[in-house]
Design a binder for this molecule. Structure first.
Ligand SMILES: C[S@@+](CC[C@H](N)C(=O)[O-])C[C@H]1O[C@@H](n2cnc3c(N)ncnc32)[C@H](O)[C@@H]1O
Length: 473
C-alpha cells in the first residue's frame, strides 16, 4: 500500500471522498484468481463437477470461477486441452457485456494476449468471424496461440495499426471490443510493477492513444453495431474523458445500458463533460466487488444496418484474396486423411468453398468477405495442416478444434492416466487396451473427451505428433 504513488493517492482521495478509506483498505486484501471456462468445449456446470481443484462461481460472469491462489491450474491437462483460460475476474466482464450473437462479425482491436478474444470466440461458437488484432507482433503471437488452444477456427488474427485495419473494414463489423491500452491503475494490487512505472502524465499519454483507437473502431462499426470500450484504470481522462470526447466527436454514437450487477457502480458525469448519459458506463471498484478495477462503456452506432450485400460488395472491391481452392492432388490427400480419421462432414465438407490452400497448407476459412491481403496477418481461418510429398499432415490447431464425436478415430485417456503427461512431453506411449483393435494411422489424442493433439498408431504404440513447440518440459 505504501508503494502507491502519492499523486495517484491524492487524486483517488479527491475522486472517492467518503469511500477513499474503503478503497485504500482493499489494497490490503489478497489478489483474486479467476478462470473462465471455454464454453465451446464444456459447460460451466460440467466443469464445476469435474474440476480437479475447488472453484466458486463468479456471480456476474456466468462462465467464470474463482480458484484458490495455492493451486496451479495452468499445469493441469484440462488447461492444455483448452477447457479454461486464466483471467482476473473483473477482466472477464467486458467480453461478457458485449451482446454477441451467433454469426456476428466481431473485432477485438487490442486483443493480445487473448483473454477477451478467447471469450468472444467461445460466445461466437465457431460461427461468424472474429478478427483479433494487436499492434505488438510478439503479443499477437501469444494471441494466436491462446485462440488455437481454445479451438477457435473462425478467426483472422492480425498485427496492424488500427488505421490500416479501418481502411479495409470500414462499416463492416457488428460488434467491436476496444480493451484499450491504459495506465493500468486498476491492476496495482495484482501487479505492483505497474504502480512503479506510473506517473502523472501516463493517463494523458494513453488518453491520446485511446482517441485514435476508438476513432478507428467507430469507422469499422456498421450502423446499428455495438462497441464495448474498457480499461483497467481509474483515471477520468481515460474513462469518462475518452467517452465524452467520443460522443462529442461522433454524434452517430450513443451510450447503451450494460447488463447490470449489484456491485457495478455508474460512470460519473463530472469526471467527463457533465453529460448525464455517462451514468450508463460502469466502474468496477475493488472495494465494492471481488475483483480488480475496471471501467466499461457500451456504445451503439445509430442507424439501421444496411443490407448485407451492400457491404459484401464494397469490401470485395477493396480486398485482395490471399488464398485459393485446393488442387486436385491436394483434394485427394486431404480427402484420404478425412476418410482415414472419419472426421465428420459437419466439421469439414471438401465440396464447400471454405477449404482453401495457401503456401502448401490447407485452411478452413470463415465465411467472410475477402480479407485484404494487404494486412499483416498471422492466421486466416483454421489451419488444417500441410501437404507433404504424397501425404497430408494435420496441424495442432486442427486437433484442438475437434472432439471424439467429430473425429471417429480418437484415443481417450483418463486425466489421471500417467500416459497423458508422457504424451504432453512428446514421448511415444503404449496404446491403451481398449484402443488395440483400432486401425493403424492418425488418431486424435484426448484427455477424457477433450482434444490434446495428434498421434499415429502403429502396432501397439502411439507415435507422438504433439506439436513440439507446445510440449511440456
Ligand atoms: C489491455 S491490453 C489488451 C488485453 C487483451 N484484451 C486481453 O484481454 O488479453 C491492451 C493491448 O493493446 C495493444 N495496443 C497498444 N497500442 C495499440 C494500438 N494503437 N492499437 C491496437 N492495439 C494497441 C497492446 O499491445 C496491448 O496488447
Amino acid at each position: 500500500m505504501t508503494d502507491l504513488p502519492g499523486p495517484f493517492l491524492d487524486r483517488m482521495k479527491h475522486m472517492l471522498k467518503g469511500e477513499y478509506q474503503d478503497f485504500l483498505a482493499s489494497y490490503g486484501k489478497p489478489r483474486l484468481h479467476g478462470l473462465r471456462v471455454n464454453t465451446m468445449k464444456i459447460t460451466p456446470q460440467r466443469f464445476e463437477e469435474i474440476s480437479p481443484f475447488s472453484v466458486k462461481p463468479i456471480p456476474w460472469v456466468k462462465d467464470g470461477f474463482y480458484y484458490e491462489g495455492d493451486v496451479h491450474p495452468a499445469s493441469d491437462p484440462y488447461y492444455t486441452a483448452g477447457l479454461y483460460y486464466l483471467q482476473e475476474p473483473s477482466a472477464m466482464t467486458p467480453a461478457s457485456r458485449l451482446p454477441i450473437e451467433k454469426g456476428d462479425k466481431v473485432l477485438d482491436l487490442c486483443a493480445a494476449p487473448g483473454g477477451k478474444s478467447t471469450h468472444l470466440a467461445a460466445r461466437l461458437y465457431d460461427t461468424g468471424i472474429l478478427v483479433a488484432n494487436d499492434i505488438s507482433a510478439s503479443r499477437a503471437k501469444a494471441l494466436l496461440y491462446n485462440l488455437e488452444v481454445f479451438g477457435a477456427g473462425n478467426i483472422f488474427v492480425t498485427n496492424e495499426i488500427p488505421g490500416k485495419l479501418s481502411e479495409v473494414f470500414e462499416g463492416w463489423f457488428d460488434k467491436v471490443l476496444v480493451d484499450a491500452p491504459c495506465s493500468g491503475e486498476g491492476m496495482f494490487r495484482k501487479a505492483c510493477d505497474v504502480a512503479k512505472t506510473w506517473d502523472e502524465q501516463r493517463p494523458w499519454y494513453f488518453a491520446k492513444i485511446q482517441k485514435d483507437i476508438v476513432s478507428n473502431a467507430v469507422k469499422m462499426l456498421k450502423p446499428g453495431g455495438m462497441m464495448l470500450y474498457s480499461t483497467c484504470t481509474f483515471s477520468p481522462e481515460e474513462n469518462e474523458g475518452t467517452i465524452s470526447w467520443l460522443l462529442w466527436k461522433y454524434p452517430e454514437m450513443e451510450l447503451a445500458d450494460i447488463a447490470s450487477y449489484e456491485g457495478f457502480r455508474p460512470g460519473v458525469p463530472d469526471w467527463g463533460d457533465g453529460n448525464e448519459e455517462l451514468k450508463k458506463c460502469v466502474h468496477i471498484w475493488p472495494h465494492h466487488m471481488e475483483g480488480e478495477g475496471h471501467f466499461l462503456a457500451l456504445l451503439r452506432k445509430k442507424g439501421q444496418q444496411l443490407q448485407e450485400k451492400t457491404f459484401e460488395k464494397r469490401s470485395r472491391k477493396k480486398a485482395l484474396s490471399p488464398s485459393r481452392g485446393l488442387s486436385k492432388e491436394e483434394r485427394r490427400l486431404l480427402g484420404e486423411f478425412l476418410r482415414e480419421t472419419r472426421i465428420s462432414d459437419a466439421k469439414i465438407c471438401l465440396e464447400s468453398d471454405h477449404v482453401e490452400s495457401r503456401g502448401g497448407r490447407a485452411y478452413l476459412i470463415p465465411k467472410l468477405p475477402d480479407a485484404s491481403g494487404s494486412l499483416h496477418f498471422l492466421r486466416y481461418g483454421l489451419l488444417l495442416g500441410e501437404f507433404k510429398k504424397n501425404r497430408f499432415e494435420p496441424s495442432q490447431a486442427f486437433a484442438m478444434s475437434l472432439t471424439p464425436e467429430l473425429c471417429g478415430e480418437s484415443i481417450c485417456l483418463q486425466r489421471n492416466d500417467e500416459r497423458v503427461l508422457r504424451y504432453l512431453k512428446g514421448e511415444t506411449i503404449q496404446v491403451p487396451e481398449e484402443a488395440c483393435s483400432l486401425k493403424k494411422g492418425w488418431k486424435l489424442m484426448c484427455v477424457d473427451q477433450y482434444p490434446l493433439g495428434w498421434g499415429k498408431l502403429q502396432n501397439d504404440v502411439v507415435k507422438n505428433k504433439y506439436l513440439s513447440a507446445w510440449r511440456k518440459k
